[in-house]
Each structure stands twice: as C-alpha cells, then as structure tokens.
Design a protein. Structure first.
Length: 323
C-alpha cells in the first residue's frame, strides 16, 4: 500500500507532559547501565561500609549505656578516623579540644561520633566506588549519540537541548546518589533505630540535612564534569581515559607537591586533587565545628568546575543542531 494512502492519523494514546519528557531519556540510560554486572558489584560494595559502621553505632550505644566512660573511648576512635584521612595536618581545628568540650553532654558526644562515622564514609569508601562506577556509566552516554547520529532521532521529537541534558544528568545523578546519599542516609536511620529512643533526633536531626548537602557537593560537580568529558569525545574510551586521568594524575600531583608544601600554600596544593577537595568539603559540611582552613577556595573550585562543564556541555549538544 502506498504511504500516501493511509494518510495522517491523530494520536489517541497517552502523551507525556513537555516538562517530564526528559524522564524517558533518564529511564533508558538507567536501564542500559544496570545491565553491567560490574555496576551491580560496585553497588554492593558501596553499601557494605554503611552496614559495618551500623555495627559500630550499635557497639557505641550498648557500651555507653552500660559504662558512660566507654563513650570517651569511642570518641577517641572517631578522632583517629578523621585525623588519619586529613589532607593536611593544619587543615582542621584541634579535635581534642572539641571532644573535651563536648564530653559533658552525651547528646553532643553522640552527635560528634555519628558525624565522624559519616565523614569517614564519605572520605574513605565512597570515592573509590564512585570514580570507577561513573567511569563505566557516563562515557558512552553522549559520545555514542555523537558517533551513531542519535541526535537526529532525539531532536526530531519535541525535546529541547535542556531536556536532553537533564535526562542524561538524571541518569548519572541517580547512580551517584545510590553510592553517596543512599549509604549515608541508611547509616543515619540505622543509628537512630539503634539509639535508646527516638528523642535523639532532637540533637541529631541536622545530620540528615548535612548528608543531603554533602551528597550534592559531590554529585553535582562529578555529574557536570563527566558529562562534559563524554560530550567532548566521539569515542567513549577517550572520555573514560580523561575521567580517570583527572583523578589519578591529580592525586599524584598532590602527593608530589605536598612533600615540599609549606603552611602557606597547602590550600593550593590540595586543590590539585579533586579527591582531597571533596574530602575537605564533605568534612566541613558534616561537622561545621571541624574547621577547614580556606574552605571558600574549595567551594569556588567546585562551583567553577560545575559552571564551566555545563557551559561546554550545552555548547557541544547545541553544535549538531546549528546549520
């Protein structure tokens, strides 16, 4: 039958609102990424440290209920966890003074211990899961669309460039949140359930908001940077190499430069490694009394990375549509 015989027919099915059409792009990206067996293994190891730290909360609550002096020992453990992961010896305030100040109040001691566990979770286990996970998921998201000319299919429909970027970013943010926000909020809920009563929320409720802020400080820059790298390469392996090179060479540069660092320039040297920047920012968010020197420099760096990456990403997505 000739094509002109059927003619045009009205669509009587369900149509999605214009504001939610990016959800389809995000859903397809999430389903395709979930097919990777390596990704599922990484998700398991991302949630495992939160379960282990939940046991530490149980140990803390039981020992502090039977012996109040045992809380002092647990606080010493939390101090060691934070100090051993600091990027610079003079970046933090005197933790011993903070512990002495809080030791008179069990509620404040509990708040300090919980925040120390959350800080350790964000600084020690999650970056080493997040970096390879995004290195697997993100590089093909946009680079394959360039190579396969999928833009002709995307933008032949009523989808704007911002909706396309939002759909890709939602896919990345979903998986990034499952290894940052998810384990942290699970640890917080577990700590509340293992505490003597729900009244502990009166002194620890702010930690839930700090978890959201700390997660966003990691998710947003990582999402913008990884998508920009994916848009700059027509081959996903080039984007993957660039992603890992930023983290690896940045850490090597920090290691080399920190050996000759002085008190006045350790902030600039710390900014060479994104891992150190995220460590300091999340520690500052989770406990504001854990003072980080020159935190404004690190915040400006993360904001600049996000803004520049979004600008380059939007330009790259717009390039195939320009005649």
């Amino acid at each position: 039958m000739p094509i002109h015989n059927p003619g045009y027919r009205p669509w009587h099915g369900h149509t999605a609102p214009l504001a939610t059409r990016w959800v389809v792009i995000a859903e397809v990206g999430i389903r395709r990424a979930w097919l990777s067996s390596w990704l599922r293994r990484m998700m398991f190891f991302a949630w495992l440290p939160a379960c282990v730290m939940g046991f530490m909360v149980l140990l803390y609550e039981q020992t502090s209920a039977n012996d109040p002096t045992a809380a002092r020992t647990m606080l010493g453990m939390s101090r060691m966890l934070i100090e051993s992961g600091s990027s610079a010896s003079d970046s933090f305030a005197d933790l011993e003074t903070l512990i002495d100040r809080r030791s008179q109040s069990p509620e404040r001691e509990r708040h300090l211990f919980w925040s120390a566990l959350l800080t350790t979770l964000f600084r020690r286990s999650q970056p080493f899961i997040l970096i390879p996970m995004l290195g697997i998921i993100v590089p093909p998201l946009i680079s394959q669309d360039f190579r396969s000319r999928a833009f002709l299919l995307y933008f032949s429909r009523p989808i704007t460039r911002l909706q396309y970027i939002l759909g890709k970013a939602a896919c990345v943010m979903f998986f990034a949140a499952t290894v940052t926000f998810g384990p942290a909020i699970l640890l917080f809920i577990t700590a509340v359930l293992l505490s003597p009563s729900l009244t502990v929320l009166g002194s620890t409720w702010d930690l839930s908001l700090r978890i959201v802020a700390a997660s966003l400080s990691i998710i947003v820059p990582c999402t913008c940077l990884s998508l920009m790298l994916s848009s700059l390469a027509s081959e996903s392996r080039y984007a993957s190499f660039s992603w890992f090179a930023i983290w690896i060479f940045g850490e090597l540069a920090w290691t080399t430069a920190s050996q000759a660092a002085t008190v006045g320039n350790h902030v600039v040297i710390s900014c060479l490694s994104l891992i150190r920047v995220f460590n300091d920012v999340t520690a500052w968010i989770l406990d504001p009394q854990l003072v980080v020197n020159d935190i404004q420099t690190r915040l400006v760096l993360l904001a600049s990375i996000s803004a520049v990456s979004l600008a380059v990403l939007y330009r790259r997505v717009s390039a195939p549509l320009q005649v």
